[in-house]
Design a protein around this ligand. Sequence first.
Ligand code: HEC
Ligand code: HEC
Length: 183
Amino acid sequence: MKLKKLALVFIGSSALLSCITAKEAIAPEELGIRKAPLEEEVVTPPPFEYSKTPPGQSQRFQRAYENAPPQIPHSIEGMFPITLNNNPCLGCHMPDVAKQVGATPIPPSHFIDFYHLPEGKAPKLTDIDKARWNCLLCHRPQANVQPVVKNLFKPEFRKPEAKERSVLHETLLEGTGLEKKQQ
Ligand code: HEC
Ligand code: HEC
């Protein structure tokens, strides 16, 4: 009699246990951040749009952190691909024209050849360093997409003006031993 009762309790509790495990199983849609079944490849990203505001009418973004490459606030429709013979960005951003069109001038760092820095040389160039020729490698237009994961990074700017412009030229050659040679 006692044994029978014990067996019943055992069966009962294992049924309860399996119930709990079934409830705790995580659906594939809840795994990770993609919120889609793992067996199906969802290839279509949500629709998004880049800024259509032409240069001269857009609002500059705050820098992501001190001396971060600024993001492109205006439309770049018709300005790419950047090729060896055609770089439309220069038409407005070269330091000698930038002021007239209200664009930010390309900073001094882009006119230095850093390739030979290990040999103690960083010559100033009269033209853009070819390693910087394709502006879109580092400067990107921005689209109105909600980030999947909220960015909690808070930049700190040592100088208030660094929120809007690069201050790298002030410290660019610090620690290279070339500071004096360049001046
Ligand atoms: C017709 C002139 C023009 C052309 C061409 C142009 N820009 Fe601009 N750009 C501007 C102006 C003007 C601004 C300032 C924001 C505004 O007024 O729209 C600006 C802002 C920027 C900024 C933000 C600078 C800051 O201080 O935050 C970046 C980065 C930039 N442009 C990159 C580019 C790149 C890369 C290209 C080529 C794909 C390009 N621009 C082509 C005129 C131009
Ligand atoms: C290898 C990455 C890289 C490439 C390529 C590049 N930049 Fe930059 N750019 C940066 C970084 C990093 C900064 C901020 C630090 C600095 O001044 O160098 C910057 C800063 C700038 C600024 C802001 C200057 C200021 O005073 O705030 C402008 C404008 C700019 N770049 C334009 C261009 C243009 C136009 C091209 C293409 C001819 C280009 N960049 C190519 C990385 C790059």
